[in-house]
Design a protein. Structure first.
Length: 645
């Protein structure tokens, strides 16, 4: 502890030396008690003299004769980082500045130092000195002459207090720094929380509100009054862009369409990306007609040509809309539960997509009934096999040059307990949209192969849906089925559509190649109605093309249909493929197809689909027989096919 003593009298400086070097007087203990009373239990400190015989080795003394010297000493000590703890100052120190001025200047330099005014005169009152050298709790007074112990105990107590003040100030500074740090961390946490909330409520690709934000906004809107529209938007041909240009191009298209939606929606509308290429829009409206008009403007705005990575892409969208009255008033068509509102707008969107492209559909109750019907059909179909409600019918395929049955197409039939005989056009798409198509397809294949074993040599043609064709280990599954049935692969014709192979052309090409290598027949069904047909028949391993019934129907009415049929037949013959004309119903069609060069014919003109027993009779006789069937005894047929009598 550094002590500064400022006094111009040598005798007084000697007294200070004795005070800090010699034994204390008998009043030491009393002064200790006084220090404790004045400054607390820590006033004496660990380094204070424990008794009358202790010394003051813990103190370093600096003596100055004049006030100016003392001020200079304080300044040097501060610069060196070793400040004085206590300064004992005489009041009268001629020449130079007096004790009051000395105290004022020292205080100005060092606010923390404790000042002790030591004087035997009353030139200045304590209040006067405190005014210039305060604060009052850091300035003290000792009268001359003083006791040795009095100086030592005062120095000890004030030095300890000085240390305590420094420690307390350091603690305050540390606490203040920690408070600042906590405030910074709190601000950072709040910013992170805000970012996290933003990320949780917004789509990372477009920065538009996401499904969660849309649901919350919709729930809040249903609690407010007035009509509002909930719109589901789905992009047209988006999968084609992804498949041909890549996912980065698909992402760029999504961002472009999102920007278009934000520009073309009514004021105050919320545009959210719900996932994939689906968007949701929420806006206030005055009526259903106004909502539909707004949606038509949105769809029209999306029907533009966009530049994506240097490629021209035709944008397009379909929309489903439901208009709802909030605040518990119900909807124009139903309840205002947010989940139900989205379900209804989804139904409208599905109806729009079934109707084509660039269409807006307003929800109505018939759509909901359609969904309920589909669910009942799906539920019934899952039980149809166990209940024995399914059966197969077989329609013969005849050769062009003879009335010979060379094969049969297996067609599934479902006689339901609730709706009676149901068309495959109704229940097959429902099965395709669920995993029921696999169970149904396995039953059809097993049943057809079981019947095929009784035929003398014909093949059976079985349709496989796109979902079945994409099934894991499809080739192995088919091969295992024919081996179990004891059937040669060449007697099974696999019918697939262009849709099935276009979804994944590379995988489809590999699958078809394996099937052909194993001996299976491959027929491309509904040829001419799918995607890039010329590309498909060149790339894939096929045996024959089946001309869709719609073209056969139009041959006598439309020049275009006749031209398409002739083109397909000539193309198939040039590539060495058989051509089966489906849906042949009139003699004129038979004659035209024979002249055009179709290799095989199939349709009501020859036979409707028949049961297994009738099919067996046809297969064994190799001719068409039966009351309603055409026989090769018919002279017209003999003439048509050039048969001899």
């Amino acid at each position: 502890m550094r002590i500064l003593i400022v006094d111009d009298e040598p005798a007084m400086r000697d007294s200070y030396r004795r005070s800090f070097a010699g034994p204390r007087s008998s009043t030491g203990e009393a002064l200790d008690a006084m220090a404790v009373e004045l400054f607390g239990n820590d006033a004496l400190g660990d380094d204070a003299p424990p008794g009358p015989d202790a010394n003051a080795s813990a103190f370093a003394l600096t003596y100055c004769d004049q006030g100016l010297d003392a001020v200079a000493a304080v300044e040097r000590a501060l610069a060196e980082g070793a400040p004085f703890t206590v300064a004992f100052i005489d009041v009268r120190m001629p020449p130079g500045i007096d004790g009051r001025e000395t105290a004022r200047r020292i205080r100005a330099l060092d606010p923390e130092i404790n000042l002790v005014i030591v004087t035997g005169f009353s030139d200045f009152s304590p209040i006067e000195i405190s005014k210039v050298a305060g604060p009052a709790d850091k300035i003290f007074y000792i009268a001359k002459p003083f006791e040795v112990a009095e100086i030592l105990q005062t120095a000890t107590a004030l030095a300890q207090r000085w240390q305590n003040d420094r420690d307390l100030a350091a603690a305050r500074d540390l606490l203040a720094a920690q408070v600042v740090q906590l405030e910074e961390q709190a601000a950072e946490l709040a910013a992170n929380e805000s970012r996290a909330i933003h990320l949780a409520m917004h789509d990372s690709l477009t920065d538009a509100p996401n499904r969660l934000a849309f649901l919350r906004a919709l729930a809040a809107r249903t609690r407010s009054e007035g009509l509002f529209a909930t719109v589901m938007i789905d992009l047209d041909r988006f999968k084609l862009v992804n498949d041909t240009l890549g996912h980065l191009a698909g992402d760029a298209l999504i961002r472009e369409i999102c920007a278009i939606l934000n520009r073309s929606t009514p004021d105050g509308a919320l545009v959210a990306r719900l996932g994939g290429d689906e968007f949701g829009i929420l806006f206030d409206t005055s009526s259903e007609a106004a909502a539909v008009m707004a949606c038509e403007l949105i769809v029209a705005a999306c029907s533009v040509t966009l530049q994506v990575f240097g490629n021209s892409v035709q944008g397009g969208a379909s929309a489903g809309v439901v208009v709802t009255a909030g605040a518990g008033a119900g909807t124009v068509t139903g309840g205002s539960d947010p989940v139900d509102v989205i379900r209804r707008s989804d139904l409208a969107l599905n109806d729009a997509k079934r109707g084509g492209r660039g269409i807006v559909r307003l929800f109505d109750e018939s759509m909901d009934e359609g969904i309920r019907f589909r669910r009942r059909v799906e539920g019934g179909l899952s039980q149809a096999i166990a209940r024995g409600e399914l059966s197969l019918a077989y329609q013969p395929i005849v050769s062009r040059d003879a009335i010979e049955v060379v094969g049969f197409e297996a067609l599934v039939r479902w006689n339901t307990s609730e709706y009676g005989l149901m068309s495959p056009a109704t229940f097959i798409p429902i099965a395709e949209e669920s995993n029921l198509i696999h169970e149904l397809g396995d039953w059809v294949l097993h049943e057809a192969l079981d019947v095929l074993k009784q035929w003398p040599g014909q093949y059976v043609s079985v349709n496989f849906s796109p979902r079945q064709f994409r099934r894991h280990n499809f080739v192995g599954h088919i091969m295992e089925s024919v081996q179990r049935a004891g059937i040669a692969p060449a007697r099974l014709q696999i019918e697939i559509t262009e849709t099935a192979i276009f979804d994944d052309a590379e995988r489809a090409a590999e699958t078809l190649y394996k099937l052909r290598q194993m001996g299976f027949r491959i027929a491309l069904d509904d040829f001419g109605t799918g995607y890039s047909s010329l590309y498909n028949i060149r790339k894939f391993a096929l045996d024959c093309l089946k001309i869709d019934k719609s073209f056969i129907d139009g041959m006598g009415r439309e020049r275009e249909s006749a031209a398409i049929v002739h083109s397909i037949i000539h193309l198939g013959r040039a590539l060495g493929l058989g051509v089966i004309a489906e849906g042949v119903e009139t003699e004129a069609q038979v004659q035209a197809l024979r002249l055009a060069g179709a290799s095989h014919l199939q349709g009501y003109y020859f036979s409707r689909p028949v049961g297994a027993d009738d099919a067996l009779a046809m297969a064994q006789g190799r001719i068409l027989s039966g009351k309603d069937d055409v026989s090769n005894d018919d002279p017209t047929i003999r003439q048509t096919f050039g048969l001899r009598s």
